[in-house]
Design a protein around this ligand. Structure first.
Ligand SMILES: Nc1ncnc2c1ncn2[C@@H]1O[C@H](COP(=O)(O)OP(=O)(O)OP(=O)(O)O)[C@@H](O)[C@H]1O
Length: 328
């Protein structure tokens, strides 16, 4: 355990994540860190009490000199922690670790972390390596995994609302039933004017417009299968024509497996900056959280965040990125 990259560590735990599994994971993390004193150079564990807390705690961790912050919970709490860390200047920004305990866990897939298994995730962290990952910015919000507009965002928002109503559906089945419900509303799309990397204006009949740092969204849908979080560019997937509804339904199934990439309806490309101006307010999600607006300025911030990742030997799934870019 002596090579642990954690240093002085603050764990920010969402006890409500994963339908309450977050609290069990917090208790386990407390026992684990108490038993393995060489894993950290001192630690604290704080629980969130509601939305927004994790952001403030992460910011406070940088100001208090912590070397790493571990977000324990789903992509929502990781998103909040990333926004707190990005509010700090880079010289005092702690490294980010995650103990993924959500229902989607897309950032865990990007990194190769164990999902909903605190013991395995902690073992990966203490043997981990630090890698510089990019962060996205849309208007004044930072994101670490996904930003999307249109049908897929409407589906993500619908799944959040249905989960808040205590539906027993989780993960993929929740996503698919929301998608089927919302398909008919997507017929017209959300037309927009787009400038990508400062290029000429595109008029798009947007049904989906996705900006990815890692490959997946929606709990494993491989919308940009090759997206690499270390390459300094976003991966985009957007429609350039309007498919008939049956074709749209088929595309959704193909996105699940990442086999949509040759569709003539879609365009996949990379970019560093994007400006989108929609004719009307558009459903939008950022890391699974709802985002409001009609005009969006989006940019990638390369190597913004030091992320504690599993080593190749301990990764839970294949990843799209290569060797570490930096280690401290
Ligand atoms: N103590 C708390 N009680 C209730 N909600 C909380 C609490 N702390 C944070 N939250 C909010 O819960 C939301 C969801 O949290 P999180 O993403 O961690 O779990 P999840 O929803 O189970 O996972 P996923 O995002 O992968 O679906 C976040 O938006 C967060 O602001």
């Amino acid at each position: 355990m002596t090579n642990s990259p954690l240093g002085r560590t603050l764990v920010i735990a969402n006890p409500a994540a994963g339908c309450g599994e977050g609290e069990r994971a917090r208790v386990f993390a407390e026992r684990f860190l108490a038993s393995f004193s060489s894993a950290t150079e001192g630690y604290e564990i704080l629980s969130t009490e509601g939305p927004g807390d994790a952001r403030g705690l992460a910011r406070m961790a940088g100001e208090a000199g912590f070397s790493s912050v571990i977000a324990l919970g789903g992509d929502g709490v990781i998103h909040e922690v990333v926004n707190g860390l990005m509010a700090l200047r880079q010289s005092i920004r702690p490294a980010l670790g995650i103990i993924p305990m959500g229902s989607g866990n897309d950032y865990a897939r990007t990194i190769g972390m164990a999902k909903n298994h605190a013991e395995d995730a902690l073992a990966q962290l203490v043997q981990g390596q630090i890698v510089n990952f990019e962060v996205g910015q849309v208007n004044d919000v930072y994101f670490m995994q996904t930003l999307s507009f249109g049908l897929d965002a409407a589906v993500a928002i619908d799944t959040i609302r249905r989960r808040e109503k205590n539906t027993s559906l989780r993960g993929e089945s929740l996503y698919v039933t929301s998608a089927l419900k919302l398909f008919p509303h997507a017929r017209r799309g959300w037309p927009c004017r787009a400038h990508i990397d400062g290029g000429h204006e595109l008029i798009l009949p947007t049904i989906i417009f996705t900006v990815q740092i890692g490959p997946t969204y929606g709990g494993g849908f491989q919308v940009c299968p090759a997206a690499n979080p270390c390459d300094g560019v976003f991966d985009l997937c957007y429609n350039i024509s309007r498919p008939a509804l049956p074709h749209l339904a088929a595309l959704l199934g193909m996105v699940r497996a990442g086999t949509h990439t040759r569709s003539r309806v879609l365009r996949l490309r990379q970019a560093k900056t994007i400006e989108l101006a929609f004719e009307t307010p558009v459903p939008a999600q950022v890391d699974g959280e709802e985002l409001e607006g009609q005009h969006f300025d989006i940019q990638v911030i390369p190597q913004a965040l030091r992320v504690i990742c599993p080593t190749p030997a301990t990764r839970t799934n294949r990843v799209t990125w290569d060797a570490p870019h930096a280690k401290e």
